[in-house]
Design a protein around this ligand. Sequence first.
Ligand code: ATR
Length: 273
Amino acid sequence: QDKYAVFGNPIKQSKSPAIHGAFAVQCGEAMQYRAVRVDRDKFEQAATRFFQSGGRGLNVTVPFKQEAFQFAGRLSERARRAGAVNTLKMADDGVVEGDNTDGIGLVRDMVANLGWVVQGQRVLIIGAGGAVRGVLEPLLRERPRELLIVNRTAAKAALLAEEFGDLGSITGGGFTLIGERQFDLVINASSAGLSGQAPDLPSTLLTERSCCYDMVYGAEPTPFMRWAAHHAAWAVADGLGMLVEQAAQSFYIWRGQRPETRPVIYQIRQAME
Ligand code: ATR
């Protein structure tokens, strides 16, 4: 059996083994996939040992995505842009390749699964951390009319807008940039909701056609999802589909097969309730 794993810390809550296990069964692939808790200062050592002992591919999650970026011997354009790697693969020539599938996962979930439109739309992103940097390239490839990034620390959003400015119409700064403007698609990538608060957003933000996506997921609707529902968003979703879709893209990179994601999203959702 070919060896795969996800490295993270913490790792107990990881759904990746269940997701990849389901993909493997579905596609008839002989592979094992384990979740490994790696000490914070031991990523390079652990990854080196994993590949030396015949490991074929790794997923990398918090807090090691930047270290995986450093570790990769070759990078996809997407990963280079993201400055972070969530998928490592041992290539045929013995070089470990790094890619980032988070943005593709987000776009596939919104466009293919949920049927939302990004192209030509006004898009707002809340947050300017690693999660946002990781998804900007694939999101901008969908050619939104405009993209505004707002963040508590305004300078981080402004910097991201500058770095990705060659890929589309993108602005970044503090929450005050929203003003009374309206957006077709609002994506929350701020971790503020993890501590229970919804971001402080103007009640004029949504139209009756606006879609709201929270990159976080959980058994209960997140504070941002509750805010969106309360303000009569057209559609609201959490990030579970993104999680499964980024895994599907990793699986494709490793095995050359595209698993069916819908039944797996359903299965993981059921297990969470
Ligand atoms: P991730 O990998 O999830 O992006 P991160 O890089 O730590 O994690 O980024 C967390 C994001 O949530 C940042 O945009 C952060 O805002 P700052 O850049 O100002 O720190 C945002 N965030 C976290 N806690 C927040 C809070 N209580 N209020 C507003 N924004 C918050």
